[in-house]
Design a protein around this ligand. Structure first.
Ligand code: PGA
Length: 313
């Protein structure tokens, strides 16, 4: 067998995405280069790893076997890199973090501060939905994840580092815009725009109304916070969004927050990793940075030494 680590890495990426184009984007390669690496690996192993049925790519049985070994090899190498980084200190190293789409409204600022403090560190940031974050934790392909609710599905360590209030937004000309203390039940007369299934915000919204046995009318299903804001401004309905997503619109007076009883819904942001994961020096430094400083940096306040801690099993 004459396979290379590069071929295994490319194969792992294609197998994870089941898509050559996305693997090529992730690895900064062209699609033909990705196909070539997979072909060379197949030739050297003497088996087909993928099959294409219609437009979809599937792993063959041999492909699934090889994937297990490819992951074990890459994880061992990552661990070796982590151990060496630890020996070398924080001069270099790579931080792989993935964040929920809503968290991307504040994460770049924090990464900026962290990167200036540790200029040798390379950061790989993925912004994706909750379902995919859970998959990455489960596959152990990420160091740290930022999400709005700790995963109940797997053994993970989750620390809260900042509040995440969810508010109801409306266009400034909405009849409820200047009302004080709007009763919760009044919302049943309104139509809400909702995020896609799998969004943490949507799950929180559904749980909140279900717990109160309320049925709110849902209008369009919209796949991003940005699109929800645009649709609310266009008068298509109300939105229930994380406060972090609407700073600009509030400043520009394009949206208002409604004063509704029991709102905001107070959630938290969590920094999460698999229990027992051996964090690299860099990942450990980032976690400490988030727990100690994130909130203060975002709020422009002094750091508070305490942060609520929570573990999930
Ligand atoms: P989102 O936010 O999935 O709705 O973007 C993350 C969360 O609140 O869990």
């Amino acid at each position: 067998m004459h396979l290379t680590l590069r071929q295994l890495k490319v194969f792992e990426s294609v197998a994870r995405h089941l898509n050559y184009t996305r693997a090529a984007e992730e690895l900064f390669l062209t699609q033909p280069a990705v196909s070539m690496q997979v072909k060379l690996l197949e030739e050297s192993l003497g088996v087909a790893l993928f099959e294409q049925l219609g437009k979809r790519v599937h792993l063959t049985e041999a492909g699934r076997e090889v994937l297990g070994y490819a992951r074990a090899v890459t994880q061992q190498l990552d661990e070796l890199e982590n151990v060496l980084n630890r020996l070398k200190g924080l001069g270099g190293g790579k931080l792989r973090i993935s964040v929920a789409t809503t968290a991307n409204y504040f994460i770049p600022t924090l990464l900026g501060t962290f990167s200036r403090r540790y200029p040798g560190v390379t950061v790989s940031l993925d912004v994706t939905n909750r379902e995919s974050l859970l998959q990455q934790l489960s596959d152990n392909t990420v160091d740290l994840v930022i999400m709005g609710q700790p995963p109940a599905e797997l053994d993970a360590e989750a620390d809260a580092f900042m509040e995440n209030p969810l508010v109801i937004v409306a266009p400034p000309e909405h009849p409820l815009a200047n009302r004080k203390k709007i009763p919760l039940k009044r919302l049943q007369d309104e139509v809400f725009l909702v995020r896609e299934p799998g969004s943490g915000t949507r799950i929180a919204m559904e749980r909140f109304f279900a717990e109160r046995e309320m049925h709110v009318k849902t209008g369009m299903e919209v796949g991003s916070n940005e699109a929800i804001k645009q649709s609310v401004q266009a008068g298509l309905g109300l939105g229930l969004l994380s406060r972090a997503t609407i700073e600009q619109e509030l400043t520009l007076k394009r949206l208002v927050v409604l004063d509704v009883a029991e709102f905001p819904i107070m959630r938290h942001w969590y920094i999460v990793h698999r229990s027992g994961k051996r964090l690299s020096t860099v990942a450990q430094a980032f976690k400490t940075f988030m727990l100690k400083e994130a909130r203060a940096l975002i709020d422009g306040k002094t750091p508070s030494p305490s942060s609520s801690k929570r573990r999930r099993h």
